[in-house]
Design a protein around this ligand. Structure first.
Ligand code: DON
Length: 311
């Protein structure tokens, strides 16, 4: 497999940065409007410990939907496969990430997959813990361990900004309650509080790359040999990343890049090359489907040049 030199990485990045002009930063969470629109950064961390970076990697950003991959893993650890898939499906929805269309149209009214908002809110309801604060604490601890014990914090401004304006997610959650996907024992506002917290966890490209590395290495931290996630659950998460990680642009990304990845509306993308690279990208300018335009272009370019596709 071809090597990556810092100069080559910089050349790819400079080329992809131009594509940022075609998109917009997310604004439905008001606090995300302050993101630097033209920023683009990438960090790769290898299973061999090598780290390589280019661009604006010092830009902090929030996990947003990237958190959904890791809450899915924690929910699987807490509840097992059968209980999780009694509540969410395994299929791409083909709809926007915040759509509620199929919750009404398709029986039995469970979310199509754990990466759309309805599915992720359901998954968060399955995380064990006596209160939203305790659940959030467990989520932070789990994410932190996968991030190589990097201290993580919640961006409170982003948390409050989303909590105050999340009319659509609130509607989805109440719809799920009515469909009995969120059971009698579950308080909708408590679930949302935990969900908004997980989305507001602040990271850098290096944090994403480190988290992706554990997935690339099938749940084992390659730096200390510890198994952090059972292999079967990593397999489930990575399959969802391929089929649903870029929402209704996942098919196109699978054709063009062919690697497991997950985007967030902050402009972050977590991606991985099995047994080789954990990758973190930031590029806040988004396309209509909520994915980083320059970030996707960069990953597609690199995958083609380095023959990364799984297929
Ligand atoms: O729930 C939301 O709408 C956001 N907190 C996360 C959505 C998101 O990141 C979609 N990604 N492209």
């Amino acid at each position: 497999m071809a090597e990556i030199t810092p100069e080559q990485l910089q050349t790819w990045l400079n080329h992809s940065r131009k594509y940022a002009a075609a998109g917009e930063v997310a604004s439905y969470i008001p606090e995300l409007r302050h993101a630097p629109r033209d920023a683009l950064g990438i960090t790769l961390i290898g299973c061999d410990g090598r780290s390589i970076t280019a661009g604006d990697c010092s830009v902090p950003f929030t996990l947003q939907s990237i958190s959904k991959v890791f809450t899915l893993l924690l929910a699987l650890i807490d509840n097992g496969e059968a209980a999780v898939f009694a509540k969410v499906g395994m299929e791409p929805s083909g709809d926007d990430y915040n759509s509620m269309l199929k919750l009404e149209l398709v029986e039995p009214g469970i979310p199509f997959n754990p990466l759309i908002n309805a599915g992720a809110i359901t998954i968060t309801s399955l995380i064990h813990g006596p209160s939203p604060a305790e659940k959030t604490k467990r989520i932070m601890q789990f994410f932190q361990e996968i991030a190589g014990n990097a201290p993580l914090r919640i961006n409170e401004a982003v948390y409050h900004s989303e909590a105050e304006t999340a009319h659509r997610n609130r509607s989805l959650a109440y719809f799920l309650k009515d469909n009995a996907v969120l059971g009698d024992d579950i308080d909708v506002e408590d679930v949302l509080e935990t969900y908004f917290n997980q989305c507001a966890i602040e990271v850098h490209c290096s944090t994403l790359a480190r988290m992706a590395l554990v997935l690339a290495n099938n749940g084992v931290d390659p730096h200390n040999g510890r198994t952090l996630i059972p292999r079967r659950y990593v397999q489930i998460a990575k399959t969802f990343m391929v089929t649903c990680g870029m929402y209704n642009a996942s098919g196109q990304f699978a054709i063009r890049a062919g690697i497991a990845a997950k985007s967030g509306v902050s402009g972050g993308i977590l991606a991985l090359v099995p047994q080789r690279w954990g990758i973190g990208v930031i590029g806040p300018s988004l396309d209509r489907k909520g994915n980083s335009i320059a970030g996707i272009h960069l990953l597609e370019t690199m995958s083609a040049a380095l023959d990364w596709s799984l297929f």
